[in-house]
Design a protein around this ligand. Structure first.
Ligand code: FAD
Ligand code: EPU
Length: 339
């Protein structure tokens, strides 16, 4: 296994931030992972998947370990479900397409999300009415200090909106090495997200299929989210904030067009993109740091922005949304560094 020194991470994070790693290595199997973990004792380290949900605000003074654990296999099945295990280093969208090709249903709404399988439960990724928790069965994660694997089931992961134990109480303690999904042999289509129905009609789809839903999601996403290969970004920079129904009613008096959706507990989830747009940030650019012109929730790097510049812009957005609406935005992207 090759360990590289003073390695540029520009091509390894979708924001395209040119931060350096003092040391960088890719692991392809459990032995290589164990070796790297032994080498990183006492120094800072970073587990890297596709780098599509992180903002590097400074150089990494320790070791960056790039996950290249591969493999997709059917581990079992019953009348209703197939249980599919995928290596954490598999590309997420390629995995989705593989499931569609095999007629395994459940992940089609999550088409075209960048990144790797390993981060999917970490973030409980979600889009168009589906979250990983809906198709999750179990995962294996390697404990960094105890040097041994653990198995986590659905309850162990404590999934929430873009949350799991791996971002909270076990932060920095585990490397997720494989994930097993429970997928349906007979699809239960989820077209609850309005835009999907509209897109399917536009596409002239007569008979619903998981491939048609995937294609619809791909079209919708491509029309509003910037392609990281063209403009650096990490998807939604902030979470959509939830507020009590009473606070929502107050805001609605003042801002009748405010966009909100009811949560199962009665609170209201606001569209952060709307709040940010109302504060005048949509399409804003200063140097190479900006706010996407078609989706105000997405911060972008037009080329050579530093992580710190993107972070500072995000801070200004947080302050202005707080001032105008009294609502606190929380970053969804993982901030790597001391900011
Ligand atoms: P990375 O960015 O590499 O890592 C993210 C975090 O997880 C880091 O803290 C990292 O250290 C840690 N990590 C990564 N792998 C492991 C592992 N194996 N074990 C332990 N820790 C690990 N997300 C959504 O939920 N829904 C969307 O619709 C969506 N759309 C997006 C659109 C665009 C254009 C972009 C750029 C991003 C979007 N995202 C979306 C965010 C992102 O794609 C997901 O969060 C994705 O799961 C991140 O995967 P990754 O492999 O790139 O993670
Ligand atoms: N809106 C605006 N202005 C904008 C952007 C959005 O007014 O500039 C309003 C619109 O009214 C729109 C509503 O916000 O109807 C919601 O926008 P959109 O459907 O684009 O979704 P989102 O809430 O901005 C969330 C996720 C996305 C996910 C989509 C689809 C979060 C933080 N983001 O975005 O996830 O793909 O829904 O389900 O929950 C990500 O996590 O990186 C991500 C892209």
């Amino acid at each position: 296994m090759q360990i590289q020194q003073n390695f540029s991470l520009k091509n390894y994070n979708t924001f395209g931030i040119d931060a350096k790693a003092a040391r960088f290595a890719a692991f392809h199997n459990m032995d290589e992972l164990a070796e790297l973990i032994s080498l990183s004792t006492g120094i800072p380290f970073l587990i890297l998947g596709g780098g599509s949900n992180m903002l590097l605000t400074q150089d990494v003074t320790g070791l960056v370990m790039k996950n290249e654990l591969k493999g997709i296999e059917k581990v079992s099945e019953d009348g209703e479900y197939v249980y599919i295990r995928a290596g954490a280093g598999e590309n997420w969208h390629a995995f989705v397409l593989h499931c569609i090709a095999n007629n395994w249903a459940g992940v089609e709404n999550l088409s075209l999300i960048p990144g790797c399988v390993g981060a999917s439960p970490m973030q409980n990724i979600g889009a168009y009415g589906v979250e990983i928790k809906d198709v999750f069965h179990s995962l294996t994660a390697y404990h960094i200090n105890e040097h041994r694997p653990y198995n986590f089931n659905l309850a162990d992961c404590e999934f929430g909106y873009r949350e799991s134990v791996f971002k909270r109480k076990y932060k920095g303690q585990f490397v997720i090495t494989d994930v097993t999904y429970r997928l349906r042999k007979h699809p239960a289509f989820n077209t609850s997200y309005g835009a999907i129905e509209e897109e399917l009609t536009k596409m002239g789809v007569k008979e619903l299929s998981i491939r048609a839903i995937s294609d619809a999601v791909i079209h919708i996403r491509s029309s509003k989210l910037p392609d990281p290969a063209q403009i650096g970004n990490a998807g939604s920079f902030f979470k959509n904030p939830s507020i009590p129904a009473s606070k929502f009613a107050e805001l609605q008096q003042q801002f009748p067009a405010i966009v909100g959706y009811k949560n199962s507990d009665g609170s209201m989830k606001l569209a952060a993109g709307w709040l940010i747009e109302q504060c005048g940030w949509k399409g804003f650019r200063e140097g190479d740091a900006g706010v996407h012109a078609k989706q105000a929730l997405v911060l972008v790097n037009y080329g050579n922005a530093k992580g710190e510049e993107i972070y500072n812009l995000s801070e200004r957005i947080v302050i202005s949304v707080k001032e105008k609406f009294g609502v606190e935005l929380e970053r969804e992207v993982n901030i790597i560094g001391s900011l």
